[in-house]
Design a protein around this ligand. Sequence first.
Ligand SMILES: Cc1cc2nc3c(=O)[nH]c(=O)nc-3n(C[C@H](O)[C@H](O)[C@H](O)COP(=O)(O)OP(=O)(O)OC[C@H]3O[C@@H](n4cnc5c(N)ncnc54)[C@H](O)[C@@H]3O)c2cc1C
Length: 387
Amino acid sequence: MKFDVVVIGAGPSGSIAALNSAKKGYKTLLLERGPEPGAKNVSGAMIRESSISQFIDTGGLPYERTVKRVKLIFKSKKGNSVEIKVSPKGERLYTISRLKFDKWLAQKAEESGALLITKTTVLGIEGNKVITERGGVEAEYIIISEGANALLSISQGLRRELKPEETVLGVKEVYSLNKDEVNKRFNLEGDDGEAWRIISDSPLPCAGFVYTYKDSIAIGVGIPLSELKDIKPYEFLDSYKADLSEIIKGFSLREYSAKIIPENGFPSFKACNDRVYVTGDALGLVDPLTFDGIGPAITSGYLASENLGQCEKYESSLLHAKEISKVIKSRPLTKELLKEENLSFYVNLIVDFFNYWSEGDLSKLSYYKSYLGKLLKHITLGLGVIG
Ligand SMILES: Cc1cc2nc3c(=O)[nH]c(=O)nc-3n(C[C@H](O)[C@H](O)[C@H](O)COP(=O)(O)OP(=O)(O)OC[C@H]3O[C@@H](n4cnc5c(N)ncnc54)[C@H](O)[C@@H]3O)c2cc1C
């Protein structure tokens, strides 16, 4: 059987790539190894509507809650913390269930004319042949949207394997209860939602989140792999959760999942050759500090399908797309901030600042004078992100 385009993986980047290439008139096949799109993905997320609505109509998007408050929490080892609440302005943020969201997007691809086949794992690519455990299909163009565990992209020589120091392990738990209880504990009304971003020094420096869904909540944390020498991920999560016990009391654990988050990627890696195009997490287009990956995945999937047969144009369009250049520009700073000693340093600086300020004696911060060099280095990297 021959297709114009075969897309491997029905995550956000694969489905949008299939949707757009079918819309452009290419005979398109979308292959997914899971029993249904989303089934293999880490269960929930927070997304910005604009990152999707620039490509497709978001009417009917199956969101869980509209995020009306984002709480930033800095927590030091000594038990002190600082909380900052912000209300997202001019930007609609949603929490989503990946199972429902990925299914919805894949269905949109089918409605555009793509053929979706699930329960089919691609084992390899040989020339224009995509090999699956059910046999092979021929394709003019192949879009690899396989996610962070990028075995096929590596086998095509487009990128290399990530080193442990370029990898963050994301672990997540989902707890079920009921809508009223979620609303009560987070002081919410109706379908309003709240999201927390937590930068903590305990048990080890890490960046995490709490998301509210309709009748459940998710707790997750990203742990640089280099930190996991003496502690197992679930032990880390247990210790990290200790301070959240009041929030999850009485909830029942529904899911535990773990997945890697790449810290490096395009343009260090190639995004394509004449026939094969790589998108999303397989290209490392995700920010391991903010967990922002679905927007860049969708943008890259769309751009791959727009530029089939024009590899150079695809790579240059990736560099110019706002969602993606944001991730690329942030990488040097994110990498620095994710270092164990730096995460810890900033958590303590912020917590100490507010503590001493409340005591009316900021001179106690003089201890930080010796870190001026570090601060300047990070400010310079920060200017690279906004400039
Ligand atoms: C703990 C955690 C929390 C996160 N939270 C957020 C968040 O709040 N917001 C956000 O924007 N991002 C978040 N992310 C990042 C986000 O999940 C990814 O950036 C996004 O899913 C990337 O989409 P993708 O389509 O590139 O890959 P994926 O979503 O990983 O999809 C890849 C698909 O390909 C399929 N596949 C893989 N190999 C094969 C094969 N050989 N054959 C057939 N099918 C295959 C898989 O089954 C999967 O369905 C989080 C990540 C983690 C780990």
